[in-house]
Design a protein around this ligand. Structure first.
Ligand code: MLT
Length: 408
């Protein structure tokens, strides 16, 4: 008899973004004439930077010739990309990260989901509420939680992100071993200061804990006093793993390329309390379960680090941030309380009503898709998330529809 992993039965019926897509499909089927504007899932809408397209074409041509063809590449990523990442994303900001500490992958979702398998099931995990759903779901699948009651899984330490703390969770009152942090935050768009981040690094050091720092939205930080990487904080290399993505910064959601940084000194402990380096464990896992990102995609990613690549990706980010500013202005005019939208493409709006009701109202009355905050955790109820990823023209239409629907 084939028995199943029953931890899967504890999961909520479907993954948040699949659930929303299903509701949107059903609405569109019933209302084929409504021109829906999607500001829900953070999926980019603009074409890839020209430098990436050129590099992509060139690499595809190389694949056509026996002399330049490439088969399996290094599982960790080609040296040309890893070096460009280390120099441009870290060393340029004073974070001493080397190419060997970078693991190129096909997505931060997979990496943030897979990393937990390096750790035992009896560790205490701390997960922000609200947060990107896959942090929690992958721990549920692994059996690291109890059942779901009252909107929460037993055995998890939830780090509340609420208005009172500016959506930056406070340190846990009890001991935890594995901490998920995401800044600029998905879904709230809040950011963390150096001092606040240092407090987390110090906590991790004092508690022999590990921080999983999701920095997928760092490109949207406009305020240069804010940290883009956790490694800008002294001592973080011993206690933190960082996740980054080309999805939002360079439009790679469909092209797939991301990376994870595991510093050489980052450590966990075995059952005898002996230090074990996480780098070698993750490397072992990566080589066993992953065969690398395709060569043309890695060339396309490398291209964004050229001078023109940097200018083109900045244009992309500026474009979406102009959308975010328009959403913020509209929400202010309508008298809604919100955060985000300044150093983040997400705007977290207090709808002062059940999130799913608000979502349904915007879908049915305004033809605008957002993301209900409750889908990110119990603290998200009452909120909706509006994404700035769409064309400026569409965001303008969406905002005027919202103005009509929500004027009060
Ligand atoms: C989001 O909308 O939260 C993200 O875009 C989804 C993802 O990156 O998987």
């Amino acid at each position: 008899m084939i028995t199943i992993n029953e931890h899967y039965l504890k999961l909520q019926k479907s993954y948040l973004f699949s659930d929303i897509a299903k509701r949107v499909r059903a609405f569109q089927k019933k209302n084929p004439d409504v021109n829906l504007i999607k500001l829900g899932i953070g999926d980019v809408t603009r074409g890839l930077p020209g430098v990436s397209i050129d590099a992509f074409h060139k690499a595809v041509d190389e694949m056509a010739e026996d002399t330049t063809f490439r088969g399996y590449g290094p599982e960790q990523g080609y040296e040309f990309l890893r070096e460009a990442i280390a120099v441009n994303d870290f060393r340029s900001r004073g974070a001493d990260i080397s190419a060997e500490e970078i693991f190129v992958s096909d997505g931060a979702k997979c990496d943030t989901g897979n990393i937990q398998e390096l750790f035992t099931n009896d560790i205490k995990i701390a997960i922000p509420d609200p947060s990107y759903p896959s942090y929690l779901d992958t721990n549920v699948m692994a059996g690291r939680t109890g059942d779901f009651t009252d909107g929460r899984y037993k055995g998890v330490v939830y780090l509340d992100g609420v208005k009172e703390n500016g959506f930056v969770p406070s340190l846990p009152e009890e001991h935890v071993d594995l901490i998920y942090l995401c800044f600029p935050n998905n879904p709230t768009g809040s950011t963390i200061t150096r001092e606040e981040l240092k407090a987390w690094v110090d906590y991790a050091k004092d508690n022999k804990a590990l921080i999983l720092f999701d920095a997928a939205y760092e490109a949207f930080i406009c305020d240069n006093s804010l940290p883009k990487s956790i490694y800008e904080i002294e001592g973080a290399k011993e206690v933190a793993i960082e996740f980054r993505s080309f999805s939002k910064s360079a439009g790679f959601t469909g092209t797939r390329c991301a990376y994870t940084v595991v510093p050489k000194e980052c450590a966990g402990y075995d059952s005898n309390g002996k230090k074990q380096l996480i780098h070698s464990l993750w490397n072992r896992r990566h080589c066993t379960k992953f065969n690398g990102v395709s060569y043309p995609v890695q060339r396309a990613a490398e291209a964004i680090y050229s001078d023109s690549g940097k200018a083109q990706t900045k244009n992309l980010v500026d474009y979406y941030m102009k959308n975010a500013a328009l959403v913020c202005t509209t929400m202010s005019k309508l008298g809604y309380d919100y955060v985000g939208g300044k150093n983040s493409p997400y705007i977290w709006v207090n709808g002062e009503t059940d999130s799913w009701d608000f979502f349904d109202m915007l879908l049915n009355k305004a033809g605008v898709v957002c993301t209900p905050g409750a889908g990110f955790g119990r603290c998200g109820n009452g909120y909706i998330r509006i994404s700035a990823f769409n064309s400026y023209e569409n965001v303008k239409i969406a905002m005027s529809r919202l103005t009509e629907t929500l004027s009060r």
